[in-house]
Design a protein around this ligand. Structure first.
Ligand code: CMC
Length: 434
């Protein structure tokens, strides 16, 4: 027995060996198989990366079959119960939970970078009154690149870490101001005496009162939500962050790209889509009818299913408990009954059971955000705030990995063979544009 994959190319009858390392074979090992001398060599075809590891990572571990999620080895359940978001962000970025002294230093650094340049504020004021806050967040994060041109020195550790602190600190301010803009309310400046989540809630909700009083249970609920959303290994947006970063673009534009990927309804936009779906169903009695329409192929049950989790999303279990705690203070969200009924029916229905579709993190998070008083358009933004730490951890790992190069997939060309240019008057039919 050897740690080798032996395969025979049926076209030539030649047998090859490819070393197996960490349960993988290098795709380039297949290149030895050639049908002829001028053949490029065998490639793998893996649309949507269904079976391809693109990095070696020490940040987040997921076992989708067992429903396990760990950051740097620590189970998500323990972090959600005992940690804070800033502590978890430190863990993701630096690899270890901070000592008291490190945490004080880290919290001080982040707190003192929460302010935005006044020109950023003016830039935000230029958006239309009804601009989607996620579109604002993406654009403004990209614009920060022009405020900190030093960020382009991605090979300089000190410069890199300065941008990491800035981004973790400033994204909540941008997020809160995009909300205030949307509501036609004056922007609220950060308060240095408040903790990370309390400061965010103050920037969102403070009106005329001199000091915004945060309900401790809601502050803790938000900490838990932020911890649960902080990273999720090589998902669509993390892959974008790494991919843009692989060209040595600065972290602001890379993160703007990652946030754009998160915006889609199949990724972080799902929490927004869940709430729209629940509102559309409108009544518990209409749940069976809605389930039947999903099974008939008319749309998806948003907040259900996951590429990796085929058992249960461990984040969903914690969020459900957090939702109960929040509703005790805010009152029950009337859409909760529809969500519970959907979950009950779907978990018993063969369509969902056979496809291993379970509630994911987005199924209940939107209900909590709504109970906190946030409009649905803010939900993907609420996902992006904590995910900033994860994106940056992934980016830092990527830019320092000697095995990484600019990300550049291959393709299987399916277009026309070489053909000669035809003068416009000789073209018989209208061109079709894809
Ligand atoms: N409702 C109904 N059917 C579904 C759903 C769903 N939510 N998700 C998957 N399916 C079906 C799908 O139609 C397919 O059926 P069939 O084999 O008959 O064609 C089968 O299940 C496999 O689906 P897939 O699209 O091949 O699976 P995927 O791994 O490519 O997609 C997913 C994963 C999350 C995009 C998908 O489950 C989905 O669209 N869910 C709804 C959107 C959602 O909640 N997204 C949030 C993901 S968690 C937060 C995050 O990390 O972003």
């Amino acid at each position: 027995m050897t740690d080798t994959l032996t395969f025979t190319d049926g076209r030539t009858g030649t047998t090859f060996d490819a070393p197996i390392e960490d349960g993988t074979v290098r795709a380039t090992a297949l290149r030895q198989a050639r049908a002829s001398d001028d053949d490029f060599g065998l490639m793998t075809y893996d649309p949507a990366f269904m079976n391809t590891a693109s990095v070696r990572s020490a940040i987040t571990f997921i076992d989708g079959d067992k429903g396990i999620l760990r950051y740097r080895g620590y189970p998500i359940e323990q972090l959600a119960e005992r940690s804070t978001y800033l502590e978890t962000a430190h863990l993701l970025i630096f690899g270890e939970l901070p000592t008291q002294e490190e945490l004080a230093h880290w919290a001080h650094d982040v707190t003192h970078h929460t302010f935005l340049h006044e020109n950023v504020k003016r830039l935000m004021e230029g958006f239309r009154y009804d601009a989607h806050p996620m579109g604002m967040l993406i654009s403004v994060v990209a614009a920060l690149s022009t405020f900190y041109p030093e960020a382009s020195k991605v090979d300089d550790r000190e410069v890199r870490m300065r941008q990491v602190v800035r981004l973790i600190a400033k994204v909540p301010t941008i997020a809160a101001w995009s909300f205030r803009h949307n509501q036609g309310l004056p922007y609220v400046y950060p308060e240095n005496e408040l903790g990370f989540t309390a400061n965010f809630l103050s920037m969102i909700f403070r009106m005329a009162e001199p000091r915004y009083c945060v309900e401790p249970a809601l502050e803790r609920a938000l900490e838990v939500l932020f911890i649960l959303h902080a990273d999720h290994e090589q998902n669509c947006s993390a892959n974008v962050m790494r991919s843009i970063g692989s060209s040595k673009a600065d972290p602001y534009v890379s993160l703007a790209g990652a946030a754009a990927a998160l915006y889609g309804p199949l990724h972080g936009g799902a929490n927004e889509a869940v709430l729209r779906m629940l509102a559309e169903i409108g009544d518990v009695r209409r749940v069976p009818e809605f389930i039947s329409s999903v099974k008939a192929g008319h749309g998806r049950l948003m907040g259900f299913g996951h590429r990796v989790y085929k058992n249960y999303d461990p984040r969903a279990r914690i969020i459900k408990q957090t939702a109960d705690e929040v509703f005790e203070i805010t009152g029950r969200n009337p859409l909760l009954d529809i969500a519970l009924e959907l979950e009950k029916i779907a978990l018993e229905d063969d369509y969902f059971v056979s496809r291993r579709l379970y509630p994911n993190v987005d199924f209940y998070s939107g209900l909590i955000y709504q109970a906190l008083g946030l409009p649905t358009a803010m939900f993907p933004v609420m996902f992006a705030i904590p995910r900033t730490a994860g994106w940056l951890a992934q980016w830092l790992e990527g830019v320092q990995d000697p095995e990484q190069k600019i990300a550049r997939p291959r393709q299987i060309y399916m277009g026309s063979d070489e053909r000669d240019f035809v003068a416009i008057e000789d073209r018989g039919r209208a061109a079709t544009v894809a």
